[in-house]
Design a protein around this ligand. Structure first.
Ligand code: ZN
Length: 442
């Protein structure tokens, strides 16, 4: 794999993170991705300029639970020409024009023969819909309804220069090892073509979250997956089934650049630690949000939370699938995704991983009456300052509830105190030998 001399993240021309994320999305936007094929590889190679992602290839036909890895699909060109030879629908102008996984076809068709293969949105007549036919052999074009209405009863020349052959399913994987082998799984889907919120926003946030984590020490090992939706997650789970017990927490990341409020969808377990941490972080950061219960529909949490695996994996988005007008249309473009929203989403994800990483159980080593804190320098010598009062209060809460039954998150929820202040208090108490971390709590 070709290595770049300098990654875009270490470029001397310093851009803001929000600008860097938008720039990444702009580079990925024109690429025609699907569940397999060169568009996925090309996208993963671009991500490798930012993070040391490994590209994994799984052969077509490989059995993965109840599925098989499909043939690899690639496309070079596709069009519908009118009788004058004008390309009235042109894949080269917009890759949403092609029904993803269309078989190759070449011929002349009357309009009525063509119509069963044309997909439009009558309610949004200027937009191109996004449609796929992965597991049923078909071909088709997606176009604005207004264009369809303007097509006369005539003959049209149709060409789809695609191939469906034995090849590979490609996905990206990155493990950032922590001090523990216990893992946090962050998964995002990479199979959509030119759609920005769904899901270049997820790719950008995950890439920059991985970069953020790579710059600091962490307890958990963080595993990032950039997988084609459904079949990619199923493939990864099938290949790695014997290692799934390492996953302690997980999130599916997508739809992170629109202007909607945050939405957290709980894991199937409903009360896993991740199901408490995400709403806690969203509340602490004062982000407008809603929390919804697990349903067996949506993104790849469907696979991670299937009953035989039941992993503690939730899904954190802004808007949810199907709830915004641009969803799965050409309006989900570069203008739809906003830099400020991407940056805000990244900050929320950073706070979530920081909270997961720092949420521990401690044991008070001096539980009978309060220890004498002043003697240990843990009580401010000059009282009255608000900051030190808060810190002292945090110390008292951590001491009182560190009985082996309460994590720092429990203490934060009960005390209504800032989580990072409680973390600082716990660290000071460990240093003062009044507290010790409990390693194995289940
Ligand atoms: Zn989608």
């Amino acid at each position: 794999m070709k290595q770049q001399d300098s990654s875009p993240l270490t470029s001397p021309h310093k851009r803001s993170t929000a600008e860097e994320m938008q720039q990444l999305i702009s580079r990925l936007y024109p690429i025609c991705r699907s569940i397999t094929g060169n568009g996925v590889r090309e996208s993963l190679r671009i991500l490798q300029e930012y993070i040391p992602l490994q590209i994994q290839e799984v052969a077509s036909g490989t059995a993965v639970f109840d599925w098989r890895v499909p043939p690899e699909w690639n496309i070079r060109d596709a069009y519908i020409k009118d009788h004058k030879g004008n390309r009235i629908v042109d894949f080269r102008k917009h890759n949403l024009h092609i029904l993803s996984y269309s078989i190759p076809i070449k011929g002349s068709f009357r309009l009525e023969e063509l119509i069963p293969h044309l997909y439009t949105l009558p309610e949004q007549p200027d937009l191109i819909p996004y449609r796929t036919s992965y597991y049923q052999e078909n071909w088709g074009f997606c176009l604005p309804h207004r264009l369809l209405e303007s097509m006369r009863d005539d003959r049209y020349e149709v060409c789809i220069d695609s191939s469906l052959k034995d090849g590979f399913l490609s996905y990206g994987e990155l493990l950032l090892a922590g001090t523990s082998e216990e893992e946090v799984l962050i998964s995002t889907h990479i199979c959509h073509p030119s759609l920005c919120n769904d899901n270049l926003s997820g790719l950008a946030v995950c890439t920059f979250l991985a970069h953020y984590l790579s710059l600091r020490p962490h307890r958990y090992s963080y595993r990032f997956l950039f997988v084609p939706g459904t079949i990619g997650a199923i493939t990864w789970l099938a290949i790695n089934e014997d290692q799934l017990s390492r996953i302690r927490h997980g999130l599916v990341a997508s739809l992170l650049g629109d202007e909607g409020d945050f939405t957290y969808k709980r894991s199937r377990r409903r009360q896993a630690e991740i199901d408490r941490v995400v709403p806690f972080v969203l509340s602490e950061l004062e982000k407008a949000h809603k929390v919804i219960d697990f349903v067996p529909y949506g993104y790849d949490e469907r696979q991670y939370c299937s009953p035989g695996l039941n992993l503690p994996v939730g899904c954190l988005t802004r808007s949810t699938y199907g709830t915004f007008a641009a969803y799965h249309t050409s309006a989900d473009n570069l203008d739809f995704v906003k830099a400020t929203q991407l940056e805000e989403s990244l900050q929320v994800y950073q706070a979530v991983v920081d909270t997961l990483d720092q949420n521990r159980y401690y044991l008070n080593l001096n539980p009978k009456c309060e220890p004498q804190l002043g003697r240990r320098g843990l009580y401010a010598l000059i009282g009255g300052q608000n900051d030190s009062k808060q810190f002292e209060l945090a110390i008292l809460w951590v001491l009182n509830l560190s009985d082996g039954q309460h994590s720092l998150l429990d203490i934060a929820e009960q005390s209504q105190m800032n989580f990072s202040l409680l973390v600082a208090a716990a660290k000071a108490l460990v240093k003062g030998e009044l507290l010790t971390e409990i390693q194995d709590v289940d």
